[in-house]
Write a protein that binds this ligand. Sequence first.
Ligand SMILES: [Zn+2]
Length: 104
Amino acid sequence: MSRKTVSRLVVTVSVVLGVANAVSIGTKLAAYDVPLSLIVSCAMACLATTVWIVGTLVDRFGTTTYRCSDPDCSFTVRVKYADAAENRRWQETTAEHPAHLYRH
Ligand SMILES: [Zn+2]
């Protein structure tokens, strides 16, 4: 799957889950005669939170982090949804990155 496909799938799933969460919360609040403006604001907050949580979790699991092997060096690269060739290229880059060679 390409990055665009994964990204679109993540957005679609997160919005569907967010709308389901917002409708669920909205119907529960409506049963208690909560004013409509408050229901809408709560539902929008639930929608936004759900979309953010799903996006953050997917980014966490889809991201690979490469660090320089030198403990004194802080060079770090985070790559999202990379294929094998791109992962290999970033491994080589972190092993011999120009800033590290310049300092030593
Ligand atoms: Zn380094």
